[in-house]
Design a protein around this ligand. Structure first.
Ligand SMILES: CCCCCc1ccc(-c2ccc(S(=O)(=O)CCO)cc2)cc1[C@H]1C[C@H]1c1ccccn1
Length: 240
């Protein structure tokens, strides 16, 4: 994979996104506004516009029991599961396999009235990184999705408006080993998930419409995804 033309960008953006994701909501300077809270899931956003277009950065923190960060990232990354948990995606296509852990996707999203339909072209990279802050702590797994321009599929050439996204799903696994020496079971696992996204909708959409869509869709999206992973993993051997 290191020979691929996109590799330098993939490596740089992945490391940047991981450091950004690890900054806690508290010490990340810019003011984060808590806009949704359901159980362990807390969703924050910052209101930002570029040329009058809403590109509110979003950050979600969630804690789920019974799965590892490796499992969460695998179900997020692997295209074969995508349509099972992504309710707003109409079609997802792998345009290129850059490496075993790096794919190039074309995704067409369902139209969200009254805006026009969107599509996205992005690379998706999954990586295990040692937790440099805590050497013997659990590893961190991360998936980064980042839009790219590809000449073969110019933006806005078909029926869809091309959106631009940078997404980072970062997972840290905590294992609470059973005291009686029994082997680790799923209820000894806790996974701390940080999901960061910045979506530029591409064409103009009324800020009020966009913010209403984000407020409705993002909590649904993360809850549906994490419940899907818990459900898929519960009777399978643990993937550490
Ligand atoms: C007028 C609406 C324009 C923007 C609509 C839109 C499109 C894609 C996306 C999006 C694209 C990718 C990802 S992902 O995390 O990389 C997973 C892979 O699918 C996630 C969300 C978001 C939104 C914004 C609605 C918002 C919304 C939020 C969560 C789900 C659906 N819609």
């Amino acid at each position: 994979a290191s020979a691929h033309r996109l590799w330098p960008e993939i490596d740089r953006v992945t490391m940047e996104q991981m450091h950004y994701a690890r900054m806690s909501v508290e010490d990340s300077g810019g003011v984060w506004q808590l806009f949704a809270e359901e159980g362990e899931m807390k969703m924050y956003r910052r209101e930002e516009e570029v040329n009058g277009m809403v590109i509110d950065p979003l950050r979600a923190c969630h804690v789920v029991k019974g799965v590892t960060g490796h499992e969460v990232c695998e179900y997020f990354f692997n295209p074969q599961y995508r349509l099972e948990w992504e309710a707003t995606v109409e079609t997802t296509t792998v345009l290129e396999k850059i490496a075993d852990d790096t794919l190039l996707f074309l995704q067409v999203h369902k139209r969200i009235w009254p805006a026009s339909q969107r599509d996205a072209v992005f690379w998706s990279h999954m990586r295990r990184v040692p937790d440099d802050k805590d050497q013997d702590g659990p590893d961190i797994w991360v998936v980064v999705n980042n839009s790219v321009d590809i000449p073969d599929l110019p933006a806005n050439s078909g029926k869809c408006v091309r959106l631009f996204l940078t997404v980072c799903l970062m997972c840290q696994t905590f294992i609470d080993p059973p005291t009686n020496g029994a082997k680790v079971s799923r209820n000894d696992l806790t996974c701390k998930i940080t999901y960061c996204s910045v979506v530029n909708p591409g064409g103009w959409a009324p800020p009020s419409v966009l913010r209403a869509v984000y407020k409705r869709e993002y909590p649904k999206f993360l809850k549906r995804f994490t419940n899907y992973v818990i459900d898929q993993c519960q009777d399978k051997p643990i993937l550490f």
